[in-house]
Ligand binder design. Sequence first.
Ligand SMILES: [Mn+2]
Length: 348
Amino acid sequence: MKGSVNLLESASKQMITNEARQCWDEMQSMDNIVVTAHRSPDGDAVGSLLGLLNHLREAGLNAMGILPDRFPSFLSWMPGLEHVLIHDESPQAANALLMNADAIWCLDFNGPSRTGKMETTLRNAPAKKWVVDHHQNPEEFADRLFSNPDCGSTCELIFDLILGWGQLDELSLNAAKCLYTGIMTDTGSFRYASVTEHTHLILAHFLNKGLSQAEIHEWVFDQQSLNRVRLQAYAISSRLRVWMDKGVGMIGLTKDDLERFGYQAGDTEGIVNSILAIEGVKLAIFAKESEGRIKMSLRSVGEINVRDLASKYFNGGGHIHAAGGVFESNSMEVLVSYIEESIIGQSH
Ligand SMILES: [Mn+2]
């Protein structure tokens, strides 16, 4: 039997380096620090942003958060959101913050294009750019890149960063709640293969600090609007197609479907995983009409690499088992034909 692992020894090595420590030292003489994350932010994006932001502000640093667009309402309980600007809603103020920043932490994304309309300002900002991320193939735009595609969440990497700074005692319960949330949502509540002993050591540390995991699960999963629950049920009962012999399942929601259930950001989260829960389905495709195009979300189990499928067919990318992209049409029928000709036509 292997011996028990230690929190520091099992941490992601790239987070425990002199280079990572230098970020902390350099921040001490900085006037303006910005922490940002990707557009359509999920639990890991908002969790890592707020985990780091709370920690920096509690240490007396002048740090602000910027999200490209609004976070889903099931994350609105998270501490520190009052220090986060939404770029879509106040572009001038957000752009001014970016252009005046001394350092910009770029969390949970592997290239500036993942920040949508914020991309140009992010590229042009003279600040030092420090990336912490777990997506494959990071683009070379950062002054410092802390990337570990084997890690289950960016929140885990932020925990390791703070661990490497020697500041676990200073990590507050508020910051811990944010980091816990991202680890939870990016690992399907700690079930994916990316979860390690180290992940559980982090969770143990949080619980030891007094974090109530039952509360967080309830806030994230059990506060859904009636519309959202109805939309998710409708998606499964009326919009699911399965090519059982190919092990492929797909749900496509049109603009009309979304409007019928008063769609809010985050309402379709999790639908793609419920497709994968069907016995025999190895590839799940979720499609959602948005602004004249169709946004694609792909999940797989086993050998199927959805990052490759997303980049080949939907101009996208992501992880091996979770990826996304775009289909340049607003017709679900056209999309279904395209999928049948391309992906379904192939043998998996
Ligand atoms: Mn993530």
